[in-house]
Design a protein around this ligand. Structure first.
Ligand code: DCP
Ligand code: CA
Ligand code: CA
Length: 549
């Protein structure tokens, strides 16, 4: 089979001359928010629990799914289907004077709370951090790489560990762990790949048992030779099961897999491929690279899709156990005026972000260097119609050592908001979304450096500069490149970033904003331009970017 042939290319070299197949695990918590609420409320394991946000179901426990309740179901529908057999829990909310909706989701005026309170995912983030810590401690002493992929999922590269186990114990016949399914035929213990995946299944079971014992949460896992296949596998037999996808089964499996089920193809990219008249991965293998490229615009995307539909994914498991960014955001039903956003929402969001940064700093000994402020609002088109636009601008994050960090974040955000209001006349504000994001983390030792950088920058506002040594290095390299090469490289880098962003979106769960606004918020790429204006106390690194839908 041709695809298997190519898959073998992903063998990695462990020892001189010896090549082995990668073994990658993907762990995903079952009905995550619902399990967290079930445990918090002390409900039995088989309780039908539905977690809602502003009357819409976000997470549905497996017993509740038996009633036909799904993510996205309205709370009235949930009641109709499950009656008093379901426990409906509202996600935690903060802000506003009214009592939070909590368990009393039907209370009068819950609809109005949408614009006076905001959801807090603190409970689920805390559970997530606890779970990942337990998983990592389970792997201690093993040669494994752990990558947090979203609030409730992680990839684990156990190739080196498996390699060691094979060397020690060889391919002795032994039963697979409980709750393990195999896609296609049974494993063949004379097959090197199958033996390795069986060892992977042992490790997956250890990790899942650890989380179950520590917190009573069930996890499903996928075991295969790359991230794409293991992610697909973990979703195959939920809940509380693990699924092996042997290399041998891949081409047959791909024939009927809906495109949308594949990592990176659940969203817009998948839709674009479907527009070529295909709905399964198998059908999509009939498309040439050229066809894909002419539809998707960039060779990177074409290559990604071309490989994905064949089950090929050479992306590495990156060692990372914490989130890449922290977001405090709020979406509004209808629209919110500039002054309310400034006086009510920005202070709340600034507090939330400062608080989360503090917890994060203690936990992970790191701090963010960049603060990005994003808005979504109405704008008039030249034809006199309305369109929604997203605007975002980045500034230097007030350093952790600064007094009243939340106030600093707030004043930075207010300045940006006012500046945007002043400069961009086409915006009519009211606003439908506002978000503050912390990114660009570095460990606290180097974070101290950023304090002095912040003060230095504040006294040198109009200087056009490059942010950090990396840019400087890039510049010196540029001296040896032609303009055309630089141009090409920029295009390439921007495609890399766009692809990375797409994959990131696929895997991370939506913010509260996306969940209520159909996932449209945040679908923007902020271009980085090393230009600082910094009028009005804002140290603006990025050019102001507006993206129309
Ligand atoms: N989530 C959300 N809005 C979405 C998708 C997910 O708020 N549109 C939240 C609720 C989920 C959690 O993220 O509990 C994890 O998302 P998953 O897609 O992994 O779904 P679940 O864990 O709920 O269910 P499954 O058992 O299918 O993984
Ligand atoms: Ca999940
Ligand atoms: Ca998930």
């Amino acid at each position: 089979m041709s695809s298997v042939g190519v898959l073998h290319k992903s063998r990695v070299s462990i020892e001189e001359g010896m090549t082995v197949l990668s073994v990658i695990l993907h762990c995903d918590l079952d009905c995550f928010y619902a399990q967290v609420e079930r445990e918090r409320l002390g409900l039995p394991k088989d309780a039908a629990v539905v977690v809602v946000q502003w009357k819409m179901a976000l997470a549905v426990s497996y017993p509740a799914r038996k009633f036909g309740i799904k993510r996205g179901s309205n709370v009235d529908e949930v009641r109709k289907l499950g009656g008093d057999k379901v426990t409906i829990v509202h996600v935690e909310t903060i802000g506003g004077d009214a009592p939070p909706p909590d368990l009393n989701v039907d209370q009068e005026g819950t609809e109005d709370l949408v614009n006076t309170q905001k959801v807090s995912l603190a409970r689920y983030r805390k559970a997530s951090a606890d779970i990942f810590r337990a998983m990592i401690s389970c792997l201690s002493g093993y040669q494994a790489k752990f990558e947090r992929a979203s609030i409730d999922e992680a990839y684990i590269d156990v190739t080196a560990e498996v390699d060691q186990r094979v060397r020690k114990a060889g391919n002795e016949l032994r039963p697979l762990p409980d709750n393990t399914m195999v896609v296609g035929e049974r494993l063949d213990m004379r097959d090197e790949c199958d033996v390795r995946l069986a060892y992977g299944a042992d490790i997956a079971t250890e990790v899942r048992k650890k989380v179950l014992a520590a917190f009573s949460y069930t996890v499903s896992a996928g075991i295969s030779t790359n991230k794409l296949l293991s992610k697909f596998a973990s979703a195959e037999n939920k809940p509380n099961m693990q699924t092996i996808v042997p290399l041998r089964a891949v081409s047959k499996l791909m024939e009927d897999v809906p495109l949308r089920k594949l990592r990176g193809l659940g969203g817009k990219l998948g839709k674009e491929v479907e527009a070529l008249g295909v709905s399964t991965a198998g059908e999509a293998t009939k498309l040439s690279r050229e066809q894909l490229q002419s539809k998707l615009g960039h060779q990177k995307f074409a290559e990604f899709v071309y490989n994905s539909v064949r089950g090929i994914d050479e992306s590495e498991v990156k060692e990372r156990d914490k989130a890449k960014s922290l977001l405090a955001a709020k979406s509004f039903r209808g629209q919110m005026g500039l002054s309310v956003v400034e006086q009510t929402w920005l202070p709340l969001l600034a507090d939330e972000l400062a608080e989360r940064l503090m917890v994060d700093a203690e936990l992970n000994n790191r701090d963010a260097k960049t603060l990005t402020i994003s808005f979504r609002m109405k704008s008039a088109t030249s034809q006199g119609n309305w369109t929604m636009v997203t605007a975002s601008r980045s500034a230097i994050m007030p350093p952790i050592g600064a007094e009243g960090r939340s106030n600093e974040i707030l004043s930075s955000s207010v300045n940006v908001l006012r500046k945007v209001a002043r400069e961009e006349k086409q915006f009519t504000f009211p606003i439908t979304f506002v978000g503050l994001t912390a990114t660009n983390f570095s460990d606290r030792a180097t974070a101290n450096e950023s304090i002095s950088r912040y003060f230095h920058v504040a006294s040198d506002r109009d200087a056009v500069h490059s942010s950090g040594s990396k840019t400087v290095t890039d510049r010196s390299q540029n001296a040896f490149q032609t303009r055309e090469e630089i141009h090409q490289r920029r295009i390439q880098e921007s495609a890399d970033r766009a692809l990375a962003l797409r994959l990131h979106r696929e895997e991370s769960i939506p913010t509260d904003s996306k969940a209520t606004r159909g996932g449209r918020i945040g679908k923007k790429v902020t271009s980085k331009v090393a230009k600082r204006k910094g009028k009005g106390g804002v140290n603006t690194l990025d050019r102001f970017v507006v993206k129309k839908d």
